[in-house]
Write a protein that binds this ligand. Structure first.
Ligand SMILES: [Zn+2]
Ligand SMILES: [Zn+2]
Length: 277
């Protein structure tokens, strides 16, 4: 499935789809830098101790070039033909970053959780910079997936960047059916328990599940203990669209109407109401 039939059925998602297309197009015009793949032996002890790859001093993944790509992407969006609100906000962000002697470093620190490095529009930078950083990290995320024994992680946070999941996916068939969690920031997917809440300590708690009418393949799993929910793609082959988070923001509206709380990370929190379902 491509975005077109999906959008024909979900017209209210069009502003977010356009935004994703514009950002993708702007990235394609940038010089693409790629992160160096670390020596896995250096990182192995931290991995066993539960330290995410990018937080590991031993793995030494240098994020500064990714920060440079992110700053270049902000500049590109500020000068492009984006919607008016996006041009205005990216311009303000570009001006702020231009006055900063170590902008690339600051962006990388901010993405890894340093709030002191946050700019005036942190939501927008988080979205734009993670999109660039995920492209920069793509070879590392892929090589990490090949090296890692997922059975030895099984944690609530991303093994690459440490973020909580944005969505989940069920893959395979029983008895080997597995649940993968999906990072909305760096794009890593990792294995987690089939049942159990990824947001709270209620390990014995099974998640309740809501099927959404007219949305085969997508459902909302939620925890009776913490009321956190996770959108889940119950299928395979259409990950790029259905795990993108923006393509199912209408499910967040349904969940919110039911009194559930979005505990998953979202890069789309900055979008103005005019760009929301
Ligand atoms: Zn991640
Ligand atoms: Zn919970």
């Amino acid at each position: 499935m491509t975005p077109d039939p999906w959008l024909a059925a979900h017209d209210y998602l069009r502003p977010l789809a356009d935004l994703a297309t514009q950002v993708d197009r702007a990235i394609a015009e940038l010089e693409i830098l790629e992160a160096r793949i670390p020596d896995w032996d250096d990182y192995a002890a931290d991995f066993r101790a539960g330290v995410p790859l990018l937080a590991s001093a031993d793995a030494r993944v240098d994020l500064e070039p990714g920060g440079r790509m992110a700053a270049a992407l902000v500049e590109r969006l500020a000068s492009g033909t984006s919607p008016e609100w996006l041009v205005a906000e990216t311009r303000a962000l570009a001006t702020e970053l231009r006055g900063e002697p170590h902008a690339a470093r600051r962006i990388a620190d901010f993405l890894l959780g340093d709030q002191a490095a946050a700019p005036q529009s942190p939501g927008l930078l988080r979205y734009v910079a993670w999109t660039a950083m995920a492209r920069f990290l793509r070879p590392v995320v892929s090589a990490f997936g090949d090296w890692r024994d997922d059975e030895k992680w099984l944690r609530r946070f991303c093994p690459t960047c440490g973020s909580p999941p944005a969505m989940a996916q069920l893959v395979g068939v029983d008895p080997g059916r597995r649940r993968l969690l999906s990072c909305g920031c760096c794009g890593t997917r990792w294995q987690f328990k089939r049942t159990g809440c990824p947001f709270c300590e209620a390990d014995t708690q099974r998640l309740a599940s809501v099927q959404i009418e007219g949305e085969p393949g997508l459902r909302i799993d939620w925890c009776e203990s913490c009321k956190g929910y996770l959108k889940t793609y119950d299928g395979e082959g259409n990950e790029r669209l259905l795990l993108s988070d923006w393509s199912s923001l209408h499910l967040d509206v349904i969940a919110s109407d039911r009194g559930l709380e979005r505990a998953a990370t979202s890069l789309y929190a900055f979008a103005p109401d005019s760009a929301r379902p």
